[in-house]
Ligand binder design. Sequence first.
Ligand code: SF4
Ligand code: SF4
Length: 468
Amino acid sequence: MIGEVEEEFRDSVAHISAEGKRVWFFPKKPKGYFYNLRSYLSWVYLTVFFTLPFIKFHGAPLFMLNVIDRIYILFGVRFWPQDFFIFVLGMLIFVVFIILFTVIFGRVFCGWVCPQTIFMEMVFRKIEYGLEGDRKAQMALRTQPWNSKTLTRRILKIILFFAVSFAIANTFLMYIIGSDAVWNIATEPVSHHVGGFLAIVIFSLVFFFIYYWFREQVCLIVCPYGRMQGVMLDKNSIAVTYDHVRGEPRTKHIKKTADQPHGDCVDCLECIRVCPTGIDIRNGLQLECVNCTACMDACDTVMEKTHREKGLIRYASENSVLTKTKLKLNRRIVAYSLVLLALISVEAFLLITRSELEVNSVRTRNTLFTVEPDGKIGNLYNIKLINKTSNEMNIEFRIEGKHASFDWIGHQNKLQSGEMKNGELFIYVPVDELPSQRNDVKLEIYSNGELKATENLVLLAPNKLNRP
Ligand code: SF4
Ligand code: SF4
């Protein structure tokens, strides 16, 4: 509750007891409109997460972030270390987007998109509800003595949690090294893939540790995004908010009585019971709130039962609760939007103008030209080519409007995917096609008949008096 009530809740955190021990939470299973919506969305996310590594485009994965071999593929387009700046800019845009989004919509990302929340609340928590029952049953299970029933449930839970962690670990690895490589690890002798096998084991154990034991502490202790909320949110940011104007003074009386001042909160504590991070949203915006909406559903159910208007806990900003006004554009939102727009424009420009074949050319030092026996004039260039596609290229050089011939010394014209060739290129042009001493020409580089890149060069030639 903001402003009026004691603020002792700020002196402690819900997940650590007065003795300094971990407090285990047993959130009640949420039910309601938002939980259903989040469940449906989670099925979409999970389907995408588990199927994406198997989708291929022109023989290459649609997505791959292979930091080991430095292979980065996004939407089927392969990025090379030379494109790293595009990649970094993409990441920067993502961060700015998250900040901007947070300024306006608070931690909506945490509740609706974050993989940690999706897996914890929509996969592992549901397994738990299925095996151990709802909040009360889980709490009873914790305290009751071990017997064959509790032991069986615990073992089953460990097996299921590890199986899902194993599936996540394998899929996660597929995003790094590709589904084919993970398949090879799974089907070939361990001795052939010791590193890959260890990676799967370690990832599986880490995920198991997170979801079986560490759980909400990822959001409360580890996640930097949660820690940054204080600087990103303002009084106009939308978040899961308790309407203290309407709710206070809270009273346990279910029915309104005219002789006693009362708000709409019936102090049933349902919003706390469903909270996966164990907080009381009525204390106002808190770092621990991951905007999961469980308390909104719980409170709406209570409001319905007590014939009150729904939305006592709802998506709202602090200001909108106080003044009943809607979200307003403020200077920070405008500034972030402009920065975001500028970054997206630059990124789009870089992606559109990104060449599949990177070319660097420079005239070989201390050379002029050669006069060949057949009357052609030769110019020597140092040229570097990088094939940025996933396919082999058959390189062919041409000079626009001239009968030129080429000798790429020591190199064949084939360029494998990702291959870089650096060498000397002799360019021969008939003397009568070089009208002056300095001739601006356009070097065109084709692969399989398709123009892939152009370079502006200057070809030197003898002056008219010294021509053969
Ligand atoms: S669920 Fe609603 S009515 Fe019940 S304590 Fe929470 S805010 Fe008050
Ligand atoms: S306070 Fe509400 S929205 Fe925030 S984490 Fe708890 S249940 Fe979820």
